[in-house]
Design a protein around this ligand. Sequence first.
Ligand code: ADP
Ligand code: MG
Length: 456
Amino acid sequence: MKMHIIQEKWSDILNMIKIEHDVSDVSFNAWLEPLEVYKVEGNVVTIIVTNGSMALDYINKKYLLPLKVSIAETIGQDFEISLVLPEDIKEEFKEPPTAAPVSLNENIEKANLNPRYTFDTFVVGNNNKMAHAASLAVAESPGEAYNPLFIYGGVGLGKTHLMHSIAHFVLQKNPSAKVLYVTSEYFTNELIDSIRNGNNTTMSKFREKYRNIDVLLIDDIQFIIGKESTQEEFFHTFNALHGAKKQIVISSDKPPKDMEILEDRLRSRFEWGLIVDISSPDYETRMAILRKKEELDGYKIDDEVIEYIAKNVKSNIRELEGSLNKIMAYANLEKSEINLALAEKVLKDIISPNQKRIITPELIIEVVAEHFDLQPSDLTGNKRNAKIVFPRQIVMYLCRSMTEVTLKNIGKVLGGRDHTTIMNGIDKIEAELNGSNAAPTQEIIDILKKKINPSK
Ligand code: ADP
Ligand code: MG
């Protein structure tokens, strides 16, 4: 598992060393590029130095600590490093290959799946019957039933749950199937990263990854559209997979015909297969979903309380579940009985409608952190590696352009930085946006703005 993560992030790990230690291209190619991860056992990463014993000595002296730090920063865990030469491991290579057991858990993790989002836990109602049936058909015969399957609907109605269900089902039946679930932001970030790194290897790695898959599930495609380079790349990915009869599943907040800035050639492709929608659940379905959740979590709750939630929380299943969670958490905390009075008290905020989202630096930090897979404390903290510095500058820029907060106060929220630091950060992003390679940064900004203020 760790092996997989370290391997996947290997080029990031090496690039971080390059940036932090200002390693020239020549040195990078001579020492770091030839390193390969061989295995990870316990807390030891074994790295093969493919270019000889002299290189091994030198790397031991000069790059051992940077490697440790970079791995720790990227993976979030400390590892010891053992450097070996190819001949050191020849013996191991000679052993008869142990039939690599493909563990289902490992596959589920590789495919980015939530173990709880399966067909078993999905409640079928009038609002999602078609979407459910189509998903099941696709899961049973990937690439054959409907390709692509396009699922659309509002927030929190079960699109992601259905997509994961398809992926679980396929992996359950065929553990070696190559199944990949990604959000379209993840796809975009990964693509932009490869473009920013600006070399052919990163691009061809990206392509290889996405074109070598049996079932590709792309969630929330609306974040891709309007971004020229991502749309273009996705178009080619789509063609390659579809041409090879590989299954594609797409979700979106709208049907293709209402996606205004979608290029026509993509729109028509989205319409090749089957388009299904999920709408808001009716009262019976809401009740059934709450009951299912009660069963899964092992609670026993009064009908009265369940009915109260189902009656009042209507639009969104995530909120429906959230309401139940909130009541349970409150009851636990206060050691109180779960009854209608408690439910009314706890859900007062959720049920009173029309709360407008106020945009604050804190909200921006939270959204940016989540988008880049960081913690808010990374952004407010002092670490200076590229993975963090860029998102931090983005926060500065967005605070400036989306709120009225002063530079001084932005600095305060960002861990007590002074206003010139904030100004510099904003300048950096503005310079990128006005530079010759503005598109990738502009795309990130657009996506983030949309996430911070979905109503705009
Ligand atoms: P979306 O991707 O459409 O925004 P999600 O798939 O994330 O929505 O669903 C939000 C939450 O509601 C998830 O926890 C999911 O498990 C739950 N949920 C949605 N639809 C159903 C359903 N039909 N049965 C059970 N749980 C559901
Ligand atoms: Mg979703």
